[in-house]
Design a protein around this ligand. Structure first.
Ligand SMILES: Cc1cc2nc3c(=O)[nH]c(=O)nc-3n(C[C@H](O)[C@H](O)[C@H](O)COP(=O)(O)OP(=O)(O)OC[C@H]3O[C@@H](n4cnc5c(N)ncnc54)[C@H](O)[C@@H]3O)c2cc1C
Length: 449
């Protein structure tokens, strides 16, 4: 380890690795401090099409596609009690989207971190940042178990660890209880998927209590999760590690797709959703990826936002360290990029929790190319900002969601409540045998109950 670096990066997930690749290739002395050792389990397995262009620009597309993955050409949405779902293709977007992939994050994240090392970054795994001891313009220092590490700039890419956010007490949860969530998830074998081009579509099945995801990760492996409100989970007398089973057994569509599935009876749990740490940059630091803010994961935007944002911030940081731009201007541009990139998703997420949105969305048609515009937002075509042709249609769509509450623009659908359903256990989901996530890979976030 050197005495001092140009850039110290806390966290070696997609945000930290992307920034390290860009900065190390630009000739800066970069140090990445990662708490875990890769490969390690991480949730967030479905990627948005906009990421492909970035991977291509970074020269990483081929290497990523050589990893086991499932090609993703669109997505599927539906109600948990109705087998007629809406499937859409990114090719139908107003800004046509490319194909992308679903992938196990352990493999994807390891590849990115290895590429950061290859680019010249010094990567230290199993080395958590314990604290921030200095945070000034051009002089930063963090504490690790092996001693202090100093540099000119700190990039906080520690995800939910929010190293700088916690040190400066900037982390705020959203007050809207609808945005506080807990997720229960596991990997299974032999979950049914749609045939052909649609087999890689991540599927979202909605219910009044929350939503399920079903995401193919390889020919046979599928990630299944249930996201709900912590208050609802607490109201059930069910162990958190059995809550996915509780929910699947009451959801006709997911249960049907999992009728021949095998896998562990126990699920993993992740709480702690939807926060931000403003300001996203200050003297000596930039926050990138989830370390800056975390949005409800319903539309699978986390990795795309993390990688797009960190590549942009790395360019700004490089210009700043070379003296080509002022720190003040770099910070302002960083903040603007995050705000503009996240805004369209926030709007969709808030709308998603209204039943009228679901009625319109599942119906899937509409005038003025509104569906095509929404598909493009869902593909991540919002950088550096949502283009005008998407923006006004998105606003028109918001208006339709509001109007649908009072006047049926698309057919009415009754909400579907899990609690009203008779449970039917899945015959093959019985024991822990065959678990694809070993205890060492388990998420560190605490269970919500
Ligand atoms: C239930 C759920 C489902 C999701 N589904 C999707 C999805 O389908 N698609 C999608 O794109 N996104 C999804 N996401 C979001 C996605 O997981 C994140 O947005 C993404 O991982 C952000 O990348 P990051 O690099 O910012 O953070 P992370 O990937 O979390 O990486 C942060 C890294 O920092 C390390 N770290 C933490 N603390 C410290 C410390 N003190 N010192 C050093 N290192 C530290 C961690 O070990 C980790 O490796 C989902 C999230 C949740 C909760």
């Amino acid at each position: 380890m050197k005495d001092s670096y140009d850039v110290v990066i806390a966290g070696g997930g997609p945000a930290g690795s992307t920034a390290a690749i860009v900065l190390a290739r630009a000739g800066f002395r970069v140090c990445v401090l990662e708490k875990d050792r890769h490969p390690r389990f991480h949730i967030g397995e479905s990627i948005l099409p906009r990421t492909m262009l970035l991977l291509r620009q970074l020269g990483l597309e081929q290497a990523v596609l050589e990893l086991t993955h499932v090609t993703k050409l669109g997505a599927e949405f539906g109600f948990g009690n109705d087998h007629r779902t809406r499937k859409f293709s990114f090719a139908d977007g107003l800004v046509p989207g490319s194909s992308v992939f679903n992938i196990e994050r352990s493999k994807f994240d390891k590849l990115l971190l290895d590429k950061a090392r290859e680019a010249g970054a010094e990567v230290f795994e199993g080395r958590p940042v314990k604290g921030v001891t200095r945070l000034q313009e051009n002089a930063v220092e963090v504490e690790t178990a092996e001693g202090p590490v100093s540099g000119r700039l700190l990039l906080d890419a520690s995800g939910h660890g929010t190293v700088v956010g916690r040190a400066l007490k900037l982390r705020r949860n959203f007050e809207d209880p609808e945005l506080q969530k807990v997720a229960y998830f596991q990997h299974f074998e032999n979950v049914e998927r749609p045939p052909g081009n649609e087999s890689g579509h991540p599927a979202i099945f909605m219910c009044d209590e929350g939503w399920f995801w079903v995401i193919g990760l390889s020919e046979t492996k599928t990630s299944v999760g249930f996201v709900t409100r912590p208050s609802f989970a607490k109201s059930l007398n069910v162990s958190p590690s059995r809550l996915l089973q509780w929910a699947v057994s009451r959801c006709p569509v997911v249960r049907h797709r999992m009728r021949d599935a095998t896998g562990p009876a126990e699920n993993l749990v992740l709480a702690d959703f939807s926060y931000r740490c403003r300001p996203y940059a200050g003297p000596g630091y930039f926050m990138i990826g989830d370390a800056a803010c975390f949005l409800d994961p319903i539309f699978s935007n986390g990795v795309t936002l993390a990688m797009m944002g960190s590549a942009h911030t790395a360019e700004l940081a490089a210009a700043m360290l070379r003296g080509e731009t002022s720190a003040r201007s770099a910070r302002a541009r960083h903040v603007r990029y995050i705000e503009r990139g996240t805004r369209p998703f926030w709007r969709l997420i808030r709308a998603y929790y209204k039943h009228s949105f679901r009625e319109l969305f599942v119906h899937g048609t509409g005038p003025l190319q509104m569906p095509g515009a929404i598909i493009s937002v869902l593909a991540g075509q919002v950088f550096p900002q949502q283009p005008w042709k998407l923006r006004w249609r998105h606003a028109a769509f918001d208006f339709c969601v509001w109007l649908q509450q009072y006047h049926a623009l698309s057919p009415r659908r009754s909400p579907f409540h899990l609690v009203n359903e008779e449970p039917h256990e899945l015959p093959l989901i019985t024991g822990l045998a065959g678990s694809v996530m070993s205890p060492a890979q388990k998420p560190s976030a605490a269970a919500a109950q």
